[in-house]
Design a protein around this ligand. Structure first.
Ligand code: SAM
Length: 258
């Protein structure tokens, strides 16, 4: 882990997730099958891949991959997140849950054999890694022709109330939260970029819970005040059913191992 990765605010944010893993799993956006299929390199329906999901968290991406028929090794350093992932498998049909194995570990030291993996994914997670070390590890574990991909959901900035929300939570404070430039590494062919649209509909209280899982909110001393403001905004913009719509763009990169 480099100096930036281990420094105060970044380190606090990077390790903040496990404390509210159950909430995270309940209210964070999922990963639609079309997005996941692109991230896996668009395999045919009959193909069964062996996939490593880095920073798997509570398994929002892991479960999508397993549901599509692939074997997934979920690699996650946080015990709280791994526990939530284990619990979440109980809600899946047994034949799907059986495709998932969960390992303690980090992207910089992936606990699998060299050349044994068809695809590596990082859903909303790559920005937490030591990028150079993680890219080298991904190159090590992937077979030639295998895929490395990373994706990030972004709330739409075209929607007025979402711009207000970004102001309240000060999303840009203490970045990074994504990777804006396509990655370039010598072991991989040039990256491809794709944008997907996604949408989630939440109650106001789930919006508040959702905001509480953003690491830049979770670590702030004034967290409760921020969440009160989120609640007030949500109540102001909710529809007659008390729900808010959150349109998102999901930006993804994929790179093929040479
Ligand atoms: C924002 S969450 C994303 C979780 C999940 N992939 C999803 O889409 O919901 C980021 C995850 O990355 C994990 N993480 C942080 N540093 C990591 C590292 N160096 N290697 C692997 N995972 C890491 C965190 O513990 C957290 O579970």
């Amino acid at each position: 882990m480099d100096e930036v990765a281990s420094s105060g605010v970044f380190g606090a944010r990077r390790t903040s997730f496990g404390a509210y893993a159950a909430a995270y799993d309940a209210v964070r956006p999922d990963w639609p099958a079309g997005t996941v299929a692109w991230m896996l390199g668009s395999p045919t329906a009959a193909t069964v891949y062996r996939v490593v999901d880095l920073g798997a968290g509570t398994g929002l991406g892991t479960r999508a991959i397993a549901t599509m028929g692939h074997e997934v090794i979920a690699v996650e350093p946080s015990a709280g997140m791994r526990d939530a992932l284990t619990t979440s498998l109980g809600a899946l049909p047994e034949r799907i849950a059986a495709r998932v194995s969960i390992l303690a570990g980090g992207a910089e030291d992936i606990p699998v054999e060299s050349g044994s993996i068809d695809a590596v994914t990082a859903f909303q997670a790559w920005h937490w890694f030591d990028e150079a070390a993680a890219a080298a590890e991904c190159a090590r574990v992937l077979r030639p022709g295998g895929w490395l991909s990373m994706g990030w959901h972004h709330r739409s900035e075209d929607v007025v109330w979402l711009r207000e929300l970004a102001e309240i939570v000060q999303r840009r404070q203490n970045q990074p939260d994504d990777q804006e430039a396509p990655p370039v590494w010598p072991e991989f062919e040039p990256s491809e970029t794709e944008l997907f649209t996604h949408r989630m509909r939440q109650s106001v209280e789930n919006l508040v819970l959702h905001a509480s899982t953003w690491s830049y909110v979770a670590i702030r001393p004034e967290r409760d005040r921020i969440l009160d403001e989120v609640r007030a905004l949500g109540r102001r913009v909710a529809d007659r059913d008390g729900m808010v719509d959150i349109p998102m763009t999901t930006r993804c990169y994929r790179l093929r191992r040479r």
